[in-house]
Design a protein around this ligand. Sequence first.
Ligand SMILES: Nc1nc2c(c(=O)[nH]1)N[C@H]1C(S)=C(S)[C@@H](COP(=O)(O)O)O[C@H]1N2
Ligand SMILES: [Mo]
Length: 372
Amino acid sequence: MIGKQKICVFLIVTMLLFIITGCSAPADPDVEISIEKDAMLEEHITITGIKDEGLVITVEEIQALNAVKKEVTSVNSSGEEKTFSVTGALLEEILVKQGTSQKDLTGIRLVAGDGYSIEVPKEILDKRDILLVYEVDDAPLGPKEKPIRIIIPEERAMYWVSNLATIEILETIEQAETNKIIFLETVKETISLEDYPYYDSTDKAIKTQALLEQLEGDTSSQSIYIKAVDGLEKNETFPIFKEAYIKVTGADAPAFLSPDMPKGMHVKDILYFSHASTAWVSYDQTKEMIEIKVLNGHEGILIEEILKEIGVKKEGTYILTAIDGYTIEVNGSDLKNGILYEGEEGQLSTFFEGLPKNTGIKGLLSIEAKTN
Ligand SMILES: Nc1nc2c(c(=O)[nH]1)N[C@H]1C(S)=C(S)[C@@H](COP(=O)(O)O)O[C@H]1N2
Ligand SMILES: [Mo]
């Protein structure tokens, strides 16, 4: 009897010890300290570019702001719609407390913990509510969405950044005027292509670094503008862009992507992208946007129309360069009489009505406004 009681007491004492210490392993002082630190480090986001040190705001502080509840509908890439109700605070309330306002900003970049990021341009900042959401359908956010999910009602779900870490207030960047366009269909013949696995196929891609190396040190810009055929426009940061690829064959080409980048940051069916004063253009995709014309039996698009679409508007002389280095100079006013078409072997070719035959280029690589 006594023996049994002793065992019972021993069990109760050890059980109590288990409960008090929380675990069976001997307490490791380092572990205990880090647990304590984690508990102190509340869930928060950081806003940079507003104060020198960056502004840290906890979720608790966000929940103490005026709560806004809204029904929102997201549309995913396959056109499927999902409606839910979200609760959060307005970014504007935080900005106003800091003595600024969405309308005073030229852009913000939303950066997530999982590597996703996106720039929200001025046009959206000027007219939309930006919600810092902490509840969806009256339930707290899931682990992949915590600590805050951005929702911008009426805008594409690509702006609805989950797992928000940082809001970067961007400084005004002077968008350089484009004065040179390079055709992707031709440049891909001059650069070594890498195999790029894409779903069930293996396509070919150009490392963006290889394109940038051809720029001859034009580093006047720190961002890349990308425009897709469906109208999607995006600014990507230089550090993100230069680690990525342009897939130039197969489905969705040309596409901006990288195996290390969240899929939502990929851009399919690119019309063109530009950096500093250079734009890389897909002839195949411009054909989707611009009226097809026939000139002297050649079916293609007018060169003037391409330049207009890309926003090249310099007057004066243009230099057209072929893949083999052959160049011609053409007066800007003649570009409306010039057509760009695919030659018999698929090479981009030009024909100018009323100009000498030597203006017919095979394998057109670039068109550049002559600086004088
Ligand atoms: N942190 C993070 N947020 C993100 C993304 C992501 O990959 N990571 N993808 C974006 C894109 S492209 C879309 S379409 C939506 C998808 O939202 P859902 O996963 O809730 O459907 O989230 C956006 N927010
Ligand atoms: Mo997306």
